[in-house]
Design a protein around this ligand. Structure first.
Ligand code: UD1
Length: 390
């Protein structure tokens, strides 16, 4: 039956797709579209945990990406890791009791991912994990804990790069559960690239100064939100001082995550930024950041997704962390790990001006068809192995 998106028949499998935080939205969009267009009798319901809730962190993405409004919103909001995770679990359990899905599908590595996976696994409801097997090997990162634990309790694991399978096998996960499908975030990128909002338009809208023409290669972009970079005054101050130095060579657009904005205010660093050619922006919608990404000279970031998106676009990316779980972006793409070290950052930037920086290659299966592959595997899985057990 075509377009069986919300149709239920006796043979229909119901999948609950879970989202919670900004990077989840880009990953769920192509999966929702594939399910909607599938001739498999699948009923899908979208559950939003409410981990991210501000319009700029949330609603704008639904509009930009054409994601249907979630049927269920748990409205958990912000809290400590323990409270947020516990609250998601507490509110998700009755949803599973009510909906009795054939499986739940979770994406990425945020608190919503592990919280919902854990509730489902304890109820013996199969868990499908999209973006499985990535490892930074840094347990100080909350996301690393979320990744390892989610993978352990998942029944079907979809990976974005081949080394993820090795990581999973090393952790004792059965080979037949793992499928290399490519990167759904890159599906979204290719699908939306022609609709990206051009950088000059974004800069004009906010009344940016004359150096921010938005011409291709004329600006760089900074994003920062990791607790390890923004929660400590010394680290954040030193990073921003380095960025101020870089901004003497090229203007820098700096969309501010709410956590980072709060820390800049708390540590009274506003003045440092006001002196420089740094354009503070609110959190960007997807089509806006895509436009900025496409034409930037380079990115300075601690985001996971941006490391991948810049690789897909061939834009040099300097990752302000000591490691990455997305190693393929370093080995094959445009990513360089620079940590928080002033000299390393300045050297990397100089290299872009002297040589153009890394141009990289597009990794295998980052071809815009990852969601299609996911659906094909899910179809087989639901009608055979999982189908028998359900
Ligand atoms: C979360 C994810 C991180 C992801 C990031 C993308 C976890 C552990 N972390 O980090 O992996 O890269 O999302 O943005 O799940 N806030 C708002 N409005 C919002 C959301 C958050 O003001 O809509 C503020 C609150 O002060 C909150 C803080 O940002 O305490 C942090 O939000 P939280 O969801 O806990 O983590 P992120 O830093 O956004």
């Amino acid at each position: 039956m075509k377009n069986s998106f919300i149709t239920t028949t006796q043979d229909t499998h119901k999948i609950l797709c879970v989202i919670g935080a900004r990077p989840n939205f880009m990953k769920i969009a192509p999966i929702m579209t594939e399910i909607k267009n599938s001739d498999q009798p699948l009923e899908v319901k979208l559950v939003h945990t409410g981990q991210h809730y501000d319009a700029a962190m949330n609603h704008q993405f639904f509009t930009d990406l054409g994601i249907p409004a979630p049927e269920i919103n748990l409205e958990v909001g912000s809290a400590s890791h323990a409270v947020q995770t516990a609250e998601i679990m507490r509110r998700f359990e009755p949803v599973l009791d009510q909906e009795q899905p054939s499986a739940i599908l979770v994406v990425g590595d945020v608190n919503s991912t592990i919280a919902c996976a854990l509730v489902a696994a304890k109820k013996e409801i199969p868990v499908i994990h999209v973006e499985a097997g990535l490892r930074s090997f840094d347990r100080a990162m909350p996301e690393e804990i979320n990744r390892v634990l989610t993978d352990q309790i998942s029944d079907l694991l979809f990976t974005t790069e081949r080394t993820a399978r090795d990581n999973l096998l090393r952790e004792g996960i059965a080979d037949e559960r793992i499928h290399f499908v490519g990167n759904v975030m890159i599906d979204t990128l290719y699908h939306n690239l022609e609709h990206a909002i051009p950088a000059p338009q974004t800069f004009q809208q906010v009344g940016a100064g004359p150096r921010f023409t938005g011409m291709k290669g004329s600006y760089a972009v900074l994003t920062l939100h990791r607790p390890s970079n923004v929660d400590h005054s010394d680290t954040l101050t030193s990073l921003l001082e380095t960025v101020v130095e870089v901004s003497r060579q090229i203007p820098i657009a700096f969309p501010l995550h709410p956590r980072t904005r709060a820390k800049i205010e708390q540590f009274q660093l506003e003045q440092l930024l006001q002196q420089a050619d740094i354009l503070i922006l609110p959190p960007m919608g997807y089509l806006q950041i895509l436009g900025l990404m496409r034409d930037a000279r380079f990115f300075l970031t601690d985001s996971g997704g941006i490391q991948e998106e810049t690789t897909a676009l061939g834009v040099p990316c300097f990752t302000l962390r000591h490691n990455t779980e997305r190693q393929i972006t370093v080995d094959e793409g445009t990513n360089t790990i620079v940590g928080q070290d002033r000299q390393k950052i300045l050297d990397a930037v100089r290299d872009v001006f002297e040589t153009g920086g890394k141009s990289g290659n597009i990794p295998e299966y980052w071809d815009g068809r990852a969601a299609q592959r996911i659906l094909a595997h899910m179809r087989t899985w639901l009608t055979t192995k999982a189908g028998k057990e359900l």
